[in-house]
Design a protein around this ligand. Sequence first.
Ligand SMILES: [Zn+2]
Ligand SMILES: [Zn+2]
Length: 337
Amino acid sequence: MVRFTVLASGSKGNSTVVSGGRTRILVDAGLSCRELFRRMRLAGEDPETLDAIIVTHEHQDHINGVSVTARKLGIPVYFTEGTHRAWMRWLSPRRQMTYAQWMEQCRQQAAARDAEAVAAAEQAETDEAESETVGADPEPETDCEAVVACEPVLDSVAAESAPAQKQDPTWLPAVEYFQAGQPFEIGDIAVSPFTIPHDAADPVGFVFRAEGVRMAFATDLGYIPPNVKAQLKGVDLLLLESNHDLEMLRDGPYPWQVKQRVLSRVGHLSNEAAADFLENGYDGQAAYVILAHLSESNNLPELARVTAERALQGRASLLANRLLLAAQSEPLASVYF
Ligand SMILES: [Zn+2]
Ligand SMILES: [Zn+2]
């Protein structure tokens, strides 16, 4: 059975569970682990059965709960390399140093180099036969068996006994890289990642295929370029961004620069742009169209719905389509195939 459950959608957090065959993937983890687990249970999904997390891009509303969730469950996280690097930079911000601090750091580094040189010279003199046991990298401790709650791992481990990995905020049980344009598989689910135009390091959308069902995922994109249009053909489920109403955004509370960013070619898709695609670019194949990533400040669910419905209405073949709206505050009822 194929199952698609949007746990949350919007600028305060995005996350969806895609299940097919024996595999369950969490697409983005934009809420806290605790809230993700709560919503999964609410939607009848068991968090402990998740096999992997896959990340679209490094914006906070897509990655907030990634490390805690992956650590709690002991599961791999799939990123593009660019997104992984950006995520690591976000977690390890570089601090500004005063000149005195910088000098002190240089002094310490020089002292460390000197000590190393002395040690190396001494080592060269000693008998090579003294075999140095290269300590095997210890398996990361998994305290994930009893996955119930979601307290950050560091809180639950005494600092002095915590393994080095757990003090590193970027440490994950496993990291897998993928590239846009290069399909791959996670268990029983085939994943086709594609590039989307958005102001992140290496943002992607996905088409997931499981048991012959194709589900497309396209949010956080400034517009729909031809490569994305091609990906959205022949899908059974289309999750599409319908971020803002153009007039509401123009008259809304955001500062001018933020409005420009949202409106830009690497910003977010408006109701009008989504409707234009549904009317003129979409092939009408999907049994479900889910409008997603609705802005709470610059959109109203009814506006998004009406705009999309109007766009779909002209096409008789689309009457069987179900139009759904993903919400920020609660999970959307699962869609089954
Ligand atoms: Zn987003
Ligand atoms: Zn984003």
